[in-house]
Design a protein around this ligand. Structure first.
Ligand SMILES: Cc1cc2nc3c(=O)[nH]c(=O)nc-3n(C[C@H](O)[C@H](O)[C@H](O)COP(=O)(O)O)c2cc1C
Length: 169
């Protein structure tokens, strides 16, 4: 699938089929994250794949009780150590994790697997549940799996003229 096709295909899925993700497809998704760029090529990002039913239930609770999180057959948790704020004022690890997860979302979408980026979670609850060491930041959670059904509808995006300006703001 062309990259632009995967970009157009991807959407936030909150209703998962119980079909497991095939190990070879999960490997492809993880490979997309592994190959993502990182600030100064420091590669501090780690992706935890949560499949254990008890842990998935705990993850749903840690994600502001968003029940669908625990209903996905797998949950990706992106974390990274050695946090540093770049000269631009942004978190290098937050951005590293966001790029890795974006690459993974797109590879997943190309394979017919969708998910939902989760920002509403308690990182300390997630840390405790998954034994993530102190010093690691936890920027993103992504439950993923096959759709129960896909009606093909995609959320509307703002038009290009509201996104893009030439030269000056
Ligand atoms: C950083 C970030 C955090 C998000 N957090 C949540 C969340 O906690 N719960 C949720 O249901 N959706 C969450 N979303 C999904 C957005 O609501 C969704 O991406 C948006 O409505 C656009 O829809 P689309 O992904 O189908 O294009 C999050 C998305 C992003 C990028």
């Amino acid at each position: 699938m062309e990259i632009m096709e995967a970009i157009k295909e991807r959407y936030s899925l909150r209703s998962f089929s119980q079909k497991e993700i095939e190990p070879e497809k999960l490997q492809k998704i993880l490979e997309a994250g592994r190959l993502a760029p990182t600030a100064a090529n420091q590669q501090r990002t780690r992706a935890i794949v949560v499949t254990d039913p008890k842990l998935r239930k705990g993850m749903a609770e840690a994600c502001s009780n968003q029940k669908f999180v625990g209903e996905a057959p797998a949950i990706l948790v992106l974390c990274a150590d050695d946090e540093r704020i770049m000269r631009c004022g942004q978190s290098a690890r937050g951005i590293d994790c966001a790029i890795a997860l974006s690459f993974m979302c797109l590879e997943a979408a190309a394979l017919g697997i969708e998910g939902c980026w989760i920002g509403s979670f308690d990182p300390e609850q997630v840390r405790k549940l998954l034994s993530i060491p102190e010093g690691y930041v936890i920027p993103a959670v992504y439950p993923l799996g096959y759709p129960k059904e896909d009606d093909g509808v995609r959320r509307e995006k703002k038009p290009m003229e509201e996104f893009f300006v030439s030269n000056r703001f």
